[in-house]
Write a protein that binds this ligand. Structure first.
Ligand code: GLN
Length: 253
C-alpha cells in the first residue's frame, strides 16, 4: 500500500514571496514529511500552466506593488479558471498579503492602478487614504475560522498599504486583538471561503500557527484520500514560538 500523497502548487514563488512567506511552504512540506506523506512542490510562475487536478494545496505569498502588478495579469488570464476548478474539487489554498489581495475582486494600488483579482474571496482592497501610513507590525488575532474558534490565537507580522474590506456575509479569518488586520478599522483579519484562507500575516505564518498549517493539510489531503486523518505532531516548540510572538506583540504596545 502506498502512503498518502499531496501536491503543493506554489504560485509566483519568485515574484511573490516576501517577509518569510516561503517559510509557509517549508513548514507544509516538513509537516508532511514528519508524517510519512509523499509531498511534492511545484512552482508555477508567469506563463506556466496550472493543472487543477494536480494542485491539492495552493499557496501564493505577498509582494510589493511592482511585482504584484507583474503577477496580476497572468493570474487573471491563465490561472483564474484552474484555481477555481482546484478549489471546487476540494483543494485548499493559502493566500498571503499581496496574494490575498489578488484573490479578492480587485486591488487598487497607491498609484491608482486597478488590478483585477480572481474573486475567490468576496472583498476589495483600496489604497490608504492620502497621508495615512502603511499598516506595519505584529498582529494577534483570535480565530474565527469555522470549527477552529478555540484554536490558539493567530500571530504574524503585517506590512501593507492596502485596506481590505470584506463584503457583507464574507467570513473573516480572525478578530484582531493587536495590530491592524484587513483595514485597521473594522477589527477583522483575513478571509475564509470554503477551503481557501486569505490573510495579511507574514512571519512566516504557518510555523508559528501549526493548527492552521494542519487545517490546510487536512483539507487538501481529504481530496485525494477521503477519510484520511492527519496524525498529531508534537508542537511544543511551535507553540512556544507562538507564545513568544504573542508576548512580543503586546509588549511593543
Ligand atoms: N503591495 C501590497 C500592499 O502594500 C501588498 C504588500 C505585501 O504583500 N506585503 O498593500
Amino acid at each position: 500500500m502506498t502512503g498518502p500523497r499531496l501536491n503543493i502548487a506554489w504560485l509566483y514563488a519568485d515574484l511573490m514571496s516576501i517577509y518569510g512567506d516561503r517559510g509557509n511552504v517549508v513548514c507544509l512540506v516538513r509537516r508532511c514529511q514528519w508524517r510519512g506523506i509523499d509531498v511534492a512542490v511545484r512552482e508555477i510562475g508567469i506563463g506556466d500552466e496550472l493543472d487543477p487536478a494536480e494542485a491539492d494545496l495552493l499557496f501564493i505569498g505577498g509582494a510589493q506593488d511592482r511585482e504584484q502588478r507583474l503577477a496580476a495579469d497572468d493570474l487573471l488570464a491563465r490561472k483564474a479558471e484552474p484555481v477555481r476548478e482546484a478549489l471546487a474539487s476540494g483543494a485548499s489554498a493559502l493566500a498571503v498579503c499581496g496574494g490575498y489581495q489578488l484573490f479578492g475582486h480587485e486591488y487598487r494600488d497607491a498609484a491608482g492602478t486597478v488590478l483585477r483579482g480572481i474573486g475567490v474571496f468576496d472583498l476589495v482592497t483600496e489604497p490608504a487614504a492620502p497621508g495615512a501610513r502603511r499598516i506595519i507590525g505584529n498582529v494577534v488575532a483570535s480565530p474565527l475560522l469555522p470549527g477552529c474558534e478555540d484554536a490558539p490565537n493567530l500571530v504574524g507580522f503585517e506590512n501593507h498599504g492596502g485596506r481590505t474590506r470584506l463584503s457583507v456575509g464574507a467570513q473573516p479569518l480572525g478578530r484582531v486583538l493587536h495590530g491592524g488586520g484587513n483595514n485597521g478599522e473594522d477589527g477583522f483579519e483575513g478571509c475564509v471561503a470554503g477551503r481557501a484562507v486569505g490573510t495579511y500575516l507574514h512571519g512566516s505564518l504557518l510555523p508559528k500557527n501549526p493548527w492552521l498549517a494542519d487545517w490546510l493539510l487536512q483539507a487538501a489531503l481529504t481530496r485525494r484520500h477521503p477519510g484520511y486523518e492527519l496524525p498529531a505532531l508534537d508542537d511544543t516548540l511551535e507553540l512556544q514560538a507562538r507564545e513568544s510572538a504573542e508576548r512580543r506583540a503586546y509588549a511593543a504596545g
